[in-house]
Design a protein around this ligand. Sequence first.
Ligand code: ZN
Length: 245
Amino acid sequence: MMKITIEGIVLNETNYSETSKILNILTKEYGLISVISKGSRSLKSHLRGISMKLVYASFTISYKEKGLSTLIEGSPINSLKYIMTNFKKMGYANYLIELTKNVLKENNQGEIFEELIPCLIKINEDFDPEIITNIYEVKMLKYLGVNPSFSKCISCGDSDILTFDVNLGGVVCKNCYQNTYLFQPNTLKLLKLFQNIQIANIDKLNISSKKVRQELNLFIKEYYDTYTGIYMPRKDNLEKLTLIK
Ligand SMILES: [Zn+2]
């Protein structure tokens, strides 16, 4: 066993014995780890406040490479308080957590931590949660090993692009086009941008076209269904939440 202090975010909490919890914490250094938080369900426990889903903190842990590590102490890095107090933001944050858990089943990579945290911070700071979620969904395709290319026609290599053909798994030019859905050029531009953007560097986000927003979701849903084996959490409730300010 070794004592370590690491940044992490709690993705899951499960009650354990009378007073404890098992936490699944996503960390940069070790990917997803399981930690027992002893006595954290008791009101007096100093671990109580940090042993909950969505806590983003610096955790000191007695680390075991195999099996269950033990939480010693922790201090929050960002309380994400505007997420905690807003149904809509919370809905999107929970969606991101669920998606992350499913991606981690395929690829337990600490780098995913560095993609997730800036998304949550941006949602907390009132950036459009639907678009932040779309960016994250697109970025996760790399970790799932199915990153699409938006640059050159998948059939002939031409760089004059007409649309994305989901069945072929890439963009096509007008000569190779085979009667598939025609995405707006702006939708394709954004998808390409989303792949490469550093979320932490975003300082404004303004996508007003309803059509483009619908197409982003359409592309993501179809591409995930066709090329990833992972289950996408449901979004219908989130769509209702977008009506709330
Ligand atoms: Zn072509």
